[in-house]
Design a protein around this ligand. Structure first.
Ligand SMILES: NC(=O)c1ccc[n+]([C@@H]2O[C@H](COP(=O)([O-])OP(=O)(O)OC[C@H]3O[C@@H](n4cnc5c(N)ncnc54)[C@H](OP(=O)(O)O)[C@@H]3O)[C@@H](O)[C@H]2O)c1
Length: 327
């Protein structure tokens, strides 16, 4: 890879401007740090964001800090299939190919008590964190295929460790508001379910895309400082908790380095269908979920729950994703 030269502490960009990366939710947190990292390395960065007013300011910041004028801002609400279709057709009209697609945007509204539906009447965590990325992948696959080295990365979470509990299941029967008024809604459970579904889709999509040479992986993000923007949206109780946790949690830039490394390095050029942890190690399916082995599963970052590699779960989530995004 041709490296950018440094001039007056800013990076002067050469060579990588034809490498195109889309980052969803690039206006705050890890997504913003990743947009800055890719822009500083000279990539053509598409910030795919829903709030254009806030994101415009961030786009200007990233352009100035990286000295890269190939930072584009395009409107995308990942929870809305209409918005995804519009975004993809505009992107394809504007750009000849796509090299890297990073599904970073996510819905997790801390302390939310109300079950919310997306524009297409799908539970909001699933619409944003699972089915939106599925549709984006399918609509952008032909553009990814035109790249020399196409890579997709899904932002996953350690929250999926809850599936080491043998009783834990994805709430498949409640994804279209079926029990929204009668069943207790837990935003963390739904978030974890939607990210588990995303992980299952990572494995399945990697298989489906193998013949097209598109690599699909997921990053297991453990903990990162919450951004000021995200904390601003919280109720006072959660604000205090978030500030307290932020004392010890690492900066988003470290995780953004992981995004960059997994999507660009030779080390990961032939890796597909894997969950990768924050130390850039491949996470393995657990073989034992009892006793000491289970304690290691829960407190370590080397294993993911068997639930994620269950073929019936894969079939179910794949068929549901296909059905909903084709409706
Ligand atoms: N931070 C952590 O400790 C942690 C831990 C585990 C996993 N993760 C994962 O890492 C990723 C980034 O997390 P973060 O902490 O950096 O998050 P963040 O600062 O809260 O940023 C989330 C981004 O997603 C965007 N977004 C949400 N819904 C969207 C939608 N429907 N359409 C388009 N954009 C949307 C937000 O945009 P708005 O500004 O418009 O809301 C925001 O830019 C997420 O996938 C998260 O699940 C984070």
């Amino acid at each position: 890879m041709q490296r950018p030269e440094r001039i007056n502490d800013k990076q002067f960009v050469i060579g990588m401007e034809n490498k195109i990366v889309i980052i969803t939710g690039a206006n705050s947190g890890i997504g913003k740090a990743a947009a800055l990292r890719f822009a500083s390395e000279g990539y053509r960065v598409i910030m795919a964001c829903r709030n254009m007013e806030i994101s415009k300011v961030v786009q200007i910041q990233i352009t100035e800090l990286s000295n890269n004028y190939n930072v584009d801002l395009m409107e995308l609400d990942v929870s809305s299939f209409d918005s995804i279709r519009k975004f993809c057709s505009e992107f394809k009209a504007k750009y000849p190919h796509l090299d890297i697609l990073i599904h970073n945007a996510a819905y997790l509204n801390y302390g939310e008590k109300e079950y919310k539906l997306s524009a297409e009447h799908i539970e909001l965590s699933f619409a944003t964190n699972t089915f939106g990325p599925f549709l984006l992948n399918n609509l952008l696959a032909d553009h990814l295929e035109k790249s020399q080295d196409p890579r997709i990365l899904n932002a996953c979470t350690t929250n999926i460790k809850n599936f080491f509990d043998p009783g834990r299941q994805i709430e498949f029967d409640n994804l279209r508001g079926e029990f929204r008024n009668t069943r207790r809604y837990n935003v963390y459970k739904m978030y974890g379910d939607s990210k588990m579904a995303l992980l299952i889709l990572t494995f399945k999509m990697a298989e489906e895309f193998k013949s097209r040479e598109i690599k699909v992986n997921a990053l297991q993000i453990n903990r990162v400082k919450l951004s000021k923007e995200t904390i601003k949206k919280l109720s006072s109780f959660w604000k205090v908790l978030a500030w307290a946790q932020n004392f010890t949690n690492p900066l988003p830039s470290g995780m953004a380095d992981n995004y960059f490394h997994i999507c660009t390095s030779n080390e990961f050029s032939n890796v597909t269908g894997q969950l990768i942890n924050h130390k850039r190690e491949i996470v393995q399916p657990s073989t034992k979920e009892k006793g000491i082995a289970q304690l290691k599963n829960i407190f370590g970052s080397s294993n993911y729950p068997k639930y994620a590699s269950d073929s019936q779960n894969a079939e179910k989530i794949w068929n549901l994703s296909t059905e909903l995004t084709n409706e």
